[in-house]
Design a protein. Sequence first.
Length: 286
Amino acid sequence: MADRSSPTVRARRLRQQLRQLRDRHGLTLEQVVARSGKAFNASTVARYESGDRIPRPADLRVLLDIYQVGDEQREHLMTLAKDARQRGWWWPMRMALKSGFGVYLGLESEAEAVRKYHSQLVPGLLQTEEYTRAVIRAIELTLGEEQVDERVRVRQVRQRRLVDEKRFHLWVVIDEAVLARRVGGPEVMREQLHQLLRLGRHSNITIQVLPFTAGAHASMEGDFSIMQFPDPDDADVVYLEQATSGLALEDPDDVRRYTLMFGQLAGIALSPERSAELIQAKADEL
């Protein structure tokens, strides 16, 4: 089972708090550099605040001195930096992942709730192994069999947490097209639909289907995920997965827009009960 503690979330929290400390003191990047005795340059401080780099212990101590941070908070931030430098559970399989997906895995590992909309595929957390293999082989034309196996293993680890940790809630809205697309052939697709029915009975998993009859909707331009965290200091994050990379959105306006979009989708989608009936009907057709 993967360790739920996430260096990605720790790094995000650290950079946010460093930026807040500088803003609280009303200092520019150049003023921080001057007060440090030029122990580092402005671009380095900016990278610490953007999350592109984790502060070295010596640099972090200098920054905390400049910001007049007390002992308790100092210890907390030093620990955050140490934890942020650790490697996530997915590190041994990183070469098989698309660029940026490690960021998503780090966020998902510590999220307490994830809301997703998928228009073309069953979400990875709900996929059977054979469905996963069929999807990866179709999308990743250059991956070798060993890399395919690695990606399958990553999804299996993620799925174990979904089933084992009832405090982690997954709420997905999938387009009816997902049920109609025969990924991997009739047998693979039938088993995948049965998997959706099985997982949909878990108390921490909500599955809704957006029927074709719903017509136009707010997310016709693409899929998205919204992650919510147990610590109130960790704001929600939206993740957009692309063909070769991924994008994490943290701007409050962006997050609010996607939150409203998901609310609309959930409102016009079939109820979980009616969704299960439609999934069963699609499975019976196979």
